[in-house]
Write a protein of this length. Structure first.
Lengths: 317, 297
């Protein structure tokens, strides 16, 4: 099992990819810079989900709510409150984390599927309120033209800001996964009864995990506002939650960078397929079916497992 | 309070009846979902798509044949077609996945929902359809001064009939008893020499047929559109959670709570009517996290 999530080679690779991305605006067109920023945002969202899904083994079925909460908190602060947009980057994640704590307190004691279902219902409640509160959230239209700090207002500026924040967040998440807390968290996933028996406070650890995941989901939400300049209720609709679940699955949900890879594949595929046909969900559905049948460990999971096997064979011989 | 000024006894009675006819549809669809969840242990996300397909099939058959007979024939043929479709999917793909974990099964049914949704769009385009109720069920009668549609009265009769049929099927027939036994202990049932795989196929087919029936019944009351699947699946999932997973009477109770809070919410505070059922769900779950009635899990 690749419990540490990523070996040193993976770390170097991630660093190289990030450094390469930093030079992207030098030669790529505006649209591709925008697309890359969108991939980073979606990837950060999927990675934050994977904190609890892959490393915590919790069925977080409605993670998009925290994405939406972060985005709406940041947007509402500037649009309705008239505050300096920079404060949004602080408020968004904090609101998302607080919401995650409240929802977590309600459902954390339930077993897997019940946990997921109750989470979906609570999340849908939040969605329904946002969807209908026209005077405050803009209802089903959402809010458009949300002010973004001038420094990062351009496509290029938004891209660099997204890149830096995503890199920092991924680094923090990597440290958390490999910290003593992260080890305990993973042991709860593998065997909650045994963890409980050796004196681990399972519920408290799971709550902390949920809050961390919600926080980083909120960060992704504020970045979305930076890139798109708009918020709408679909950001917290349950289909988006399942879509990012697919990204985790596609990339490999027992790997650290898998969700990032999954997000990159899905977002670029959606763009390419969108050129030829409007039936993107059909394509996504077929991909998911093939994935479940042939590659349940995900792309990255598949390769690391093969690599591990080969290395083990080499040591034997 | 300004928001509650339009509430009086007659309009309340009217909304209760509207809520109960909505309950009928919700119950029929969610009982199918609950049946599948109880016996096969699969949260079938594609259930809403089958409901939508049932509605579109009903439209096709009814408008192809035309007239009164068209509608009644469609009411039988559309659910059967949905049942057959689900049987094909179950035997073709789904039955190979039963030993996987829940998350994979859930995601598989989600992929099915994505595919079916786009196939409907491919077949019917993105325009909405509407279907008139048969002549004898058109119009409305007066209920202490307020109009109440005849078709809703028909729904109020159809709901208990389906509930009775389902009760007879699960309690009085051999296959129903086998299915209930398989829900509790599938290894033991298999050890008795019963082909559990086919029992599962039967239950899945019946459950999906109910989704199709719900779609067929709802067709004359609303526009038949893309996106029907998204709306209903979330509602039915919440219904079976508050009712108790796998419990058919729980589905009835949950559907009543959902239908009535929705209808009364429209009366009390129209803008946030959509929020009322969700609040009801959260309140129920805060006190009974495993649902109101005993779950089969």
């Amino acid at each position: 099992m690749q419990d540490q999530g990523m070996n040193s080679r993976g770390l170097i690779l991630a660093g190289v990819v990030l450094a390469g991305l930093a030079f992207l605006p030098a030669f790529a067109e505006r649209y591709y810079i925008y697309l890359a920023a969108l991939i980073l945002v979606t990837g950060l969202l999927a990675s934050s989900l994977n904190m609890v899904l892959g490393f915590g083994g919790m069925y977080q079925f409605h993670h998009a709510v925290f994405f939406g909460a972060g985005a709406y908190a940041a947007a509402l602060l500037t649009v309705r409150g008239g505050a300096n947009p920079w404060w949004g980057y602080l408020l968004g994640p904090v609101v998302a984390a607080a919401l995650s704590l409240v929802m977590g307190l309600i459902c954390v004691r339930l077993s897997k599927l019940y946990f997921g279902m109750l989470q979906i219902s609570l999340g849908s409640l939040v969605w329904a309120i946002v969807f209908r509160w026209y005077s405050f959230t803009g209802g089903d239209d959402g809010l458009h033209g949300v002010p973004v700090p001038p420094l990062i207002g351009s496509v290029r500026g938004a891209f660099y800001f997204t890149l830096i924040v995503t890199a920092v967040c991924l680094g923090l998440m990597y440290l958390i996964v490999n910290s003593p807390f992260g080890r305990v968290f993973q042991s709860i996933r593998d065997n909650p009864e045994r963890a409980e028996a050796v004196g681990v406070d399972v519920v408290r650890h799971q709550l902390i995990g949920l809050v961390i995941a919600g926080f980083f989901g909120g960060v992704a939400g504020t970045l979305f506002v930076t890139v798109e300049g708009t918020v709408f209720p679909d950001l917290m609709f349950w289909t988006l939650s399942l879509e990012i679940l697919i990204m985790c699955l596609l990339g490999g949900w027992f790997t650290f960078l898998g969700p990032m890879l999954g997000a990159a594949i899905i977002v670029s595929l959606r763009t390419v397929v969108g050129i030829y046909t409007e039936y993107w969900t059909l394509v996504l559905g077929v991909i998911l079916m093939l994935l479940i049948f042939f590659l349940p460990e995900g792309v990255l999971g598949f390769f690391t497992a093969r690599l591990g096997r080969r290395r083990a064979a080499g040591e034997d011989g | 309070m300004e928001i509650a000024s339009n509430v009086n006894l007659a309009s309340l009675g009217q909304q209760v009846l509207v809520g109960l006819s909505r309950t009928t549809i919700l119950f029929i669809v969610s009982s199918g979902l609950s049946l599948i969840l109880g016996v096969l242990r699969i949260p079938n996300v594609s259930h809403g798509s089958l409901y939508m397909i049932g509605a579109f099939f009903t439209y096709s058959v009814a408008s192809f044949i035309g007239g009164q007979t068209g509608f009644w024939l469609a009411l039988i043929l559309a659910p059967l077609a949905v049942g057959l479709l689900s049987l094909a999917v179950e035997r073709g793909i789904f039955c190979h996945l039963y030993d996987r974990e829940h998350l994979m099964l859930l995601l598989f049914t989600f992929s099915l929902m994505l595919v079916l949704g786009d196939l409907v769009k491919l077949t019917y385009g993105s325009n909405y359809r509407s279907l008139a109720a048969p002549l004898m069920l058109q119009g409305s009668f007066s209920l202490s001064g307020l109009p109440f549609p005849r078709y809703n009265l028909f729904l109020l009769v159809a709901g208990p009939l389906v509930a009775l049929g389902l009760w007879l099927l699960t309690n009085k027939t051999k296959i129903g008893k086998i299915a209930r036994a398989a829900a509790v202990d599938r290894e033991m049932v298999a050890a008795m020499g019963i082909n559990v795989s086919w029992v599962f196929a039967f239950v899945f087919c019946i459950g999906c047929l109910l989704a199709g029936l719900g779609g067929a019944l709802v067709a004359p009351t609303q526009n038949i559109t893309q996106g029907m699947d998204h709306a209903i699946i979330m509602e039915t999932f919440l219904i079976i959670i508050i009712g108790g997973l796998g419990n058919i009477w729980g589905a009835l109770l949950g559907a009543a709570i959902f239908g009535l809070t929705d209808a009364i919410g429209i009366l009390v505070w129209p803008q946030f009517a959509i929020v009322f059922p969700y609040v009801a769900v959260v309140i129920v779950l805060l006190f009974r996290p495993k649902g109101l009635l005993k779950s089969t899990w």
